[in-house]
Design a protein around this ligand. Structure first.
Ligand code: UDP
Length: 369
């Protein structure tokens, strides 16, 4: 055990200082809550992605066994390379939209017969950038519909708990009287618009989870995640989301590209708050079988975000305006009553602080795009 802890510490030491500090902070918060995944075997789909890789890191640092599944469609080998050889970490290169069986050999499907036990399946695999909704709509639809169905099947066959990362996108474009948006709001989604592959498939994913609860009494948890940012957020010229785009543009003194007038809002959650909420949710029996918004309750306009990033990077960038994408939501702000009451959780890290950390990390990455 001591040897294992030493290896874990060394591996965690190999990752960037800023990520290491944040993992320590997440563990401190979980410890204060009495939450540990020490003895669990957890399957994380999308484990090489932005959120998934943070979950893998925290679970490994807690002594859990992690089976990370990813097909690197949007996840990156770099996000998991530091834990790749850890004795408690196993990587499976696979698209969850294709059936896969654990613990036995299936004659007509991929099988991983030597995994005899899974305690928890966390289904976190999906591309999430609006730029990709246009380019990869089918794989997005598959990850969240067939992928959720397959992941639920794995949980059901292994008597494992199930966790699903849904999204604020299930609300679509809520009218002003539905902002802040509570979990009871059913949504205003265009079923054939450019965002529908993501919005509708996440909605279907939630329906799959509810069906498995009804029919198989599976233990399941669902969170609706609002915009999240932090180290490891995916960036690329052709798929970047607003925070990494603006940081990259500002660091290069390039023009900051605001879509539309920039008065649309988002509510940004720093990764430490997000991962604390996710791992708290699954450990909270009262949260089982329900959905909970996880996000920041402070709304920020895109213009405010651009100005803050320019200030924090001492950039000479100028703001320019480009056309607003179709169906771009006007406002996004979560109601956090359930998160506050059921999880006793609220975001703690202010945008300025989180952005400073993200910018610091951004300066250390080699841009491969
Ligand atoms: N946005 C922008 N410039 C960019 C990228 C995004 O103005 O370079 C805007 C986008 O139109 C949206 C907001 O920023 O209103 C957040 O976009 P993001 O891509 O992060 O994802 P979304 O929250 O729309 O899913």
């Amino acid at each position: 055990m001591e040897k294992l802890l030493l290896i874990t510490r060394n591996l965690v030491n190999n990752i960037q200082k800023i990520i290491q500090e944040d993992i320590t902070e997440i563990n401190k918060r979980l410890q204060q809550r009495g939450i540990s995944y020490n003895d669990k075997t957890v399957l994380v789909t999308g484990g090489a992605g932005f959120l998934g890789s943070w979950v893998c890191d925290v679970l490994i640092s807690q002594g859990a066994k992690v089976i990370c599944m990813d097909n690197f469609s949007s996840g990156k080998p770099k996000n998991i390379e530091h834990i790749y050889n850890h004795p408690n970490f196993r990587f499976i290169s696979h698209d969850i939209a294709t059936p896969i069986y654990f613990g036995k050999v299936h004659p007509h499907a991929f099988s991983v017969p030597d995994v005899k036990r899974i305690d928890l399946v966390m289904h976190m695999a999906s591309r999430a950038s609006p730029f990709e909704f246009e380019r990869h709509p089918i794989s997005i639809l598959k990850s969240n519909t067939i992928g959720t169905f397959n992941a639920l099947g794995i949980a059901n066959l292994n008597n494992a708990d199930f966790f699903y990362t849904s999204t604020s996108e299930v609300y679509g474009n809520p009218p002003a009287d539905a902002v802040p948006t509570s979990e009871d709001y059913f949504g205003n989604v265009n079923p054939i618009g450019p965002r529908s592959c993501y919005d509708e498939s996440k909605r279907a994913g939630e329906a799959f989870v509810m069906a498995y609860i009804l029919e198989y009494q599976i233990n399941a948890w669902v969170v609706r995640i609002f915009n999240t940012y932090g180290p490891r957020i995916r960036w690329g010229k052709t798929f970047g989301r607003v925070v990494p785009n603006f940081i990259h543009q500002a660091l290069q003194d390039h023009d900051i590209t605001i879509f539309g007038d920039g008065k649309q809002t988002r509510s940004y959650t720093y990764i430490v708050d997000e991962i604390e909420a996710i791992l708290t949710d699954i450990s909270t029996p009262e949260a089982k079988g329900t959905v909970i918004n996880i996000g920041n309750n402070i709304e920020t306009t895109v213009v405010e975000l651009a100005e803050l990033i320019i200030e924090l990077t001492n950039s000479n960038s100028k703001i320019i305006h480009q056309p607003l994408p179709i169906d771009d939501p006007v406002r996004r702000q979560p109601a956090l009553k359930r998160a506050n009451e059921i999880l006793k959780w609220k975001p703690q890290i202010q945008l300025k602080k989180g952005l400073k950390r993200t910018i610091e990390w951004f300066k250390t990455i080699v841009d491969e795009n």
